[in-house]
Every structure is written in C-alpha cells, then in structure tokens.
Design a protein around this ligand. Structure first.
Ligand code: PEP
Ligand code: MN
Length: 360
C-alpha cells in the first residue's frame, strides 16, 4: 500500500467539520439510553454517533454488549436525529448485520487488529462495499500489524479507509490506560500523510479528566479527528465509566480546544510549527521519564553499595560509559562537548542520590 492523495478523498468530499468528531457511548445499553445521548449530541459538532454493540471485554462475565438488537436503535438514531452512525465489528457475521442495518461507518477494535485471520475475515466480508472503515491500532505497539490490517482492507477494494490511534497497553502501570506512544502515531503519519488519522483520547486516558490534554496534543500533531466516548450518566455506564464525558462536557472540550484554521494565510506555517513543537514536547516528556527511571535504578545501586560498604564513585565504570556514549552521540550528530556536559550532569545527580542513600 502506498500513500496517495486519494486516501483522503472520502473525508474531503464529505466536507465535515475539522476535526471530524465521533461521539456516543462506549456501549449501547438500552434504546432509551442510546436515543437520549443521540438527541443531546444532535446539534453539536458531532458528525458520527458511535455505540458499541458487541463489546470485547478483557475478562468474561462482564457486560458484552446488547448484540444485533442495538443495530435497530442505531437506525432510530439516524431517523430521529439525522446523525450518521458507527459501531465496532469483529467478525464476518457482525459485518453482515451492520451492513443490513445501514450503519455508516465501521471500526475495527484494537483486539481485532492484532489478528491477521480476523482482519482477513472482515476484509473478505466487506469486499465490494463502499463503507467507511477505521482501523484502531493493535493493543501492542506494532506499526506493521496496524498497517497490515489496513492493507488487507485496501486489497479487498475498500477505498474509504482511516486509522484510529487509541494507545497501547503496557505491563508497567502509567498514568494512561493505554500509553499514547505518540512517536508511533507520528511515524504512521509520516509514512501515510494522506490516510485520515483519528485520535481516541477516551481509551488512551481511561480517565475523563485527562481527555482535553490528549485531544489538544492530537490536534497539534495534525490528527484529522477525535472519537470521544460520551454518556449522559458516565458514572453509571455499563462499561468504561471512568472515561466517558457528558454531552455538555464534550461541547465544552470542543470549544476550548485550539483548532488551527485552514483558511488563515499563515495556516501552513502555524500548523507545521505546532506539529513540530508537539513532537518536541513528546520527546521531552520521554527524556524526563527515562531520566527518572535511570535515577531509580541508580538508587538501587546506591542501596547495594551501602550494604557492601563500597565507595560511590567507581571511575573505571564511569569512563567506560562516557566513551561509549560519546561514540553513540557522534553517530547521531551530537558533539562530544554536549554529550560530556549532559552525562556529567546526569552522573552528578546520580552521585547526589547515592550519597544521600549512603549517609542515611
Ligand atoms: C471501544 O471503542 O469501545 C473499544 C472497545 O475500543 P478499543 O478497541 O480501542 O479497546
Ligand atoms: Mn470503551
């Protein structure tokens, strides 16, 4: 699959708001719940109403969705509000039912993108249709797997394609439910700048208080749209209660976001600059994260040295590190002077930490 301008034709042709907003509950729970949320979203910037009908849950015994019955409710949403609808499909039977009920946009969930068999089954079931299909990133940070899923749909003749960035699961606990690994989304964009890319701050954060910031980063990185889980009573939602926002909150978020206007003569420059700055912010965050981790390990070494009553400074080891880093730095275009200065500062901080441990 090669990047081509045609990839974004469907999005440009629809002349929707920028960013494209997809909103609605994590799960369709009852007909009343679906319709109430849809009516509250009707006169907002939302272009597509979402609701999960078949819910992939990590553990059995939880609410697994209302099933095909919910498709009738989505049809009602369309009749009563005029909003377009979308839902997740995870096998050929889901695709068949969603097509029969005229769902406008289908998305493939993160747990399906990981499986080439499932992606192929879905691609075969969709062949010959002109549905819009958005592919969520796989749960693990694997760009090739994500692209592979999209490629299978592309090969099956699906033209209206896009990707959804919903973050990646990690063994280590972080402040996110699924860490964004923005650099992966940036690489995705660099390789396929014309493939529409939507951000899903709900599944990235798992926490409604963090949604705004993730949305802003996504817009600064030139994402085309946002998918935000919305419920009139988030606390009592049957799934993903902590991350859903109310319709008025969604409207507020959209109002507060800094959205770069295309028609401003300076737009190209401002957009490019904010994109590059957002990339720098992502990397600076990673630098601090990595330095914090390094210092924790160094604390561990300090404790060991204390037990064995060994001196803090071991110059052989230090000279080895410096030598290796200067060479490594050179290959990345960093001057010896800079690498030395930086590692001296890091080393000094490590020594300070370890001395504190030894003298305590
Ligand atoms: C969802 O959108 O409700 C969902 C299940 O998402 P994901 O596949 O990203 O976990
Ligand atoms: Mn959800």
């Amino acid at each position: 699959m090669e990047n081509s301008k045609e990839m974004r034709t469907w999005l440009d042709d629809m002349q929707l708001n920028h960013p494209l907003v997809i909103a609605g509950p994590c799960s369709a729970e009852t007909e009343e719940q679906v319709l109430k949320i849809a009516h509250e979203l009707k006169d907002t910037d939302v272009s597509y109403f979402r609701a999960g009908i078949w819910k992939p849950r990590t553990r059995p015994g939880m609410f697994e969705g209302v099933g095909a019955l919910g498709l009738k409710w989505l049809q009602k949403v369309k009749e009563e509000t005029g909003m377009k609808t979308c839902t997740e499909v995870a096998n050929a039977a889901h695709v068949k039912l969603a097509l029969e009920h005229d769902v406008d946009l289908l998305w493939i969930g993160a747990r399906s993108t990981v499986s080439p068999f499932i992606m192929q089954e879905i691609a075969d079931a969709l062949a010959g249709t002109d549905k819009i299909v958005l592919v969520k990133n796989p749960v693990n940070p694997d760009l090739a797997l994500w692209l592979g899923g999209i490629e299978r749909l592309h090969t099956a003749g699906i033209k209206k394609l896009g990707a959804i960035h919903r973050g990646f699961s990690t063994y280590e606990k972080t402040k996110y439910r699924n860490t964004p690994e923005w650099q992966l989304a940036i690489e995705f964009q660099t390789r396929f700048p014309d493939l529409p890319l939507i951000n899903d701050p709900s599944h990235i954060t798992g926490n409604r208080d963090m949604i705004f910031d993730v949305c802003q980063t996504a817009l600064d990185l030139n994402f085309d749209g946002l998918m935000i889980e919305t419920h009139f009573d988030p606390e009592n939602a049957w799934s993903d209660a902590a991350q859903q926002v109310t319709p008025p909150k969604l409207v507020q978020i959209m109002k507060d976001l800094k959205i770069r206007k295309e028609d401003d003569p300076e737009a190209g420059y401002t957009k490019e600059l904010s994109n590059l700055r957002a990339q720098i912010d992502v990397i600076d965050g990673q630098l601090i994260e990595a330095l914090g981790k390094r210092m924790k390990i160094s604390d561990g070494i300090g404790k060991l040295k204390k037990e064995k009553n060994v001196a803090v400074l071991q110059s052989n080891r230090w000279n080895q590190i410096l030598g290796a880093m200067i060479l490594e730095g050179e290959s990345k275009g960093l001057s010896e002077e800079f690498v030395l200065k930086m590692f001296k500062a890091i080393h000094q901080e490590s020594i300070n930490h370890q001395e504190k441990i030894l003298n305590n």
